[in-house]
Design a protein around this ligand. Structure first.
Ligand code: GLA
Length: 403
């Protein structure tokens, strides 16, 4: 089923798909919970992602189906839409909402989605589905939006349609990702550079804690709010627009303005994490992976103790990593509260790492994690329906295979 999406499309809609688009998921190497504070982040696109097959219809409706979920939706073309309960199709529906509001001329479409990103794992399946939809609509209806405009639209879906106050990192990474490169993105100016991620004898392992991220959205919005309180307090003496404009020294001089101890802890993480990203970029440029790994551990420690977005499951992964001589760095990635961690593991040791980690983790948590070795892939694009759908799927599956 998975490797024959055009056939699936035919079975569902009784006609051939006209186009296929793909948008990846992402991992963030370092720079966590600072995108919404105007900070520096270092995400990369992975080879898992969302496929979207599409064909026009003459019925003036949008039809959504997915291989991953049973729920389907058929909705007429109209001037705007509203979030519908908690269904998966809210993400593409949100995108279509903004397209329909943009005054561009749209037409009826039959759509089929398939994602091979583990759902709820913190690898940005939602950004992936938003961006693939925005990209497809832009191409199909020749709307002429730039890629950055599509990214901003997808972020708006997340913030206003879905109701999560997330930053721009995920949508940006899945749209602009480049093979074997990490994006060094300044979330204040949106300037970015694609930097070589030469891992030199190491591989990036993705460890899914398999913990459902239940509280993630409310806690996420709470952190965003705490950062806003910290910023407001600092603004009494500093002329700044976001927390990441200041360095640790300046922060320490004015920290007393923040009266709430918890809020002060959050801001301490934000300022230090931003500095860690600068050091990490230098380490990567100098091929100093050991230093990069140390910064990953420091980042995790800060997310655990100051920002408090980790949890027993993510901590167990990092605790194990610290004891394994074949691992030089590990940390949670993404929003936290479950989801995935990443680790830099010596190339020939992935198997022993997986085995020993699984034993440790299962002993501590009560169920097993899933470990993947990851390849850094390209951002959103159109695939060749006739030729490349199968090979792309195969790549995705074997490049990010469960170890
Ligand atoms: C989620 C959000 C991002 C970012 C990360 C944490 O993935 O969507 O904007 O804030 O959490 O770094």
């Amino acid at each position: 089923m998975k490797n024959n999406l055009p056939e699936d499309f035919f079975k569902i809609y009784n006609k051939e798909a006209q186009n296929i688009f793909f948008s990846p998921g992402r991992v963030n190497l370092i720079g966590e919970h600072i995108d919404y504070n105007g900070g520096l982040v270092m995400p990369c696109a992975i080879t898992l992602g969302t496929y979207m097959l599409i064909a026009p219809n003459n019925d003036n409706v949008f039809r959504f189906t997915s291989i991953n979920f049973d729920e389907t939706l058929e909705i007429p073309l109209q001037n705007g839409y509203q979030k519908d309960s908690e269904s998966w199709f809210n993400y593409p529906l949100g995108v279509i909402h903004y397209f329909s509001r943009s005054g561009k001329e749209l037409g009826g479409l039959d759509m089929l989605y398939y994602g091979d990103i583990p759902i709820g794992s913190g690898l940005s399946s939602s950004a992936s589905i938003e961006v693939v939809t925005a990209f497809a609509f832009n191409e199909l209806f020749q709307c002429g939006f730039s890629k950055l405009e599509l990214v901003l639209m997808a972020k708006k879906v997340e913030n206003e349609f879905i109701g999560v106050n997330s930053g721009i990192m995920d949508q940006f990474a899945v749209a602009f990702g480049e093979e074997n490169k990490a994006l060094m993105l300044d979330c204040d100016t949106l300037d970015y550079e694609a930097v070589d991620s030469n891992l030199d004898g190491y591989i990036l392992a993705i460890i899914n804690t398999n913990k459902p991220r239940k509280l993630a959205e409310s806690k996420y919005n709470e952190r965003v709010h705490e950062c806003q309180i910290a910023l407001k307090a600092l603004k009494q003496e500093l002329e700044i627009h976001n927390l990441c404009e200041i360095d640790t020294d300046t922060f320490n001089l004015h920290k007393d303005l923040i009266k709430d101890e918890v809020v002060a802890k959050r801001a301490t993480h934000v300022v230090a994490e931003n500095e860690r990203v600068k050091l990490a970029a230098k380490a990567l440029a100098n091929n100093n992976l050991k230093e990069f790994g140390k910064l990953m551990y420091a980042s995790h420690d800060s997310l655990k103790n100051l920002y408090e977005v980790s949890g027993a499951e993510l901590d167990a992964v990092v605790e194990y990593a610290l004891t394994d001589k074949n691992v030089i760095g590990a940390r949670m990635t993404g929003a936290g509260f479950g989801g995935c961690a990443i680790a830099l593991v010596k190339q020939d040791s992935l198997e022993s790492f997986t085995k020993a980690l699984s034993e440790y983790y299962t002993g501590k948590i009560g169920y097993a994690p899933s470990v993947y070795s990851s390849h850094i892939g390209n951002g959103v694009g159109e695939l060749n329906l006739a030729q490349s759908v199968y090979s792309s799927m195969d790549n995705a599956v074997c490049e990010l295979q469960e170890a």
